[in-house]
Ligand binder design. Structure first.
Ligand SMILES: O=C(O)C[C@H]1C=CC(=O)O1
Length: 94
């Protein structure tokens, strides 16, 4: 199942720069592991925002929730999930 996920990051000033850097380092490793596993298919920066649009390929709503709630930045994110279906005019059917 494919999902479009919009993540907006807002790290509060109460988190020290060193702590924020460590969380971002863990976030990068976590996301790259999921990309290598084929679960996080696309990761795009939204121009001008500390936000991304991503495409996830997972088996269920529960799997997606588990992956997203495991993000090191999860406590500092607003996340919107949009389930995707095939478009009848697309030449690529997934
Ligand atoms: O920077 C972001 O958009 C947040 C997050 C998503 C992947 C990653 O490495 O950081």
């Amino acid at each position: 199942m494919l999902y479009m996920v919009h993540m907006v990051v807002n790290i509060p000033a109460t988190v020290s720069p060193a702590e924020a850097d460590e969380i971002k380092r863990r976030e990068k490793a976590y996301s790259q592991d999921l990309q290598r596993a084929g679960k996080w298919r696309h990761l795009w920066r939204v121009v001008g925002e500390y936000a991304n649009v991503s495409i996830f390929d997972v088996a269920s709503n529960d799997e997606l929730h588990t992956l997203l709630s495991g993000l090191p930045l999860f406590p500092y994110m607003q996340i919107k999930v949009t389930p995707l279906a095939n478009h009848p005019s697309s030449i690529v059917q997934e």
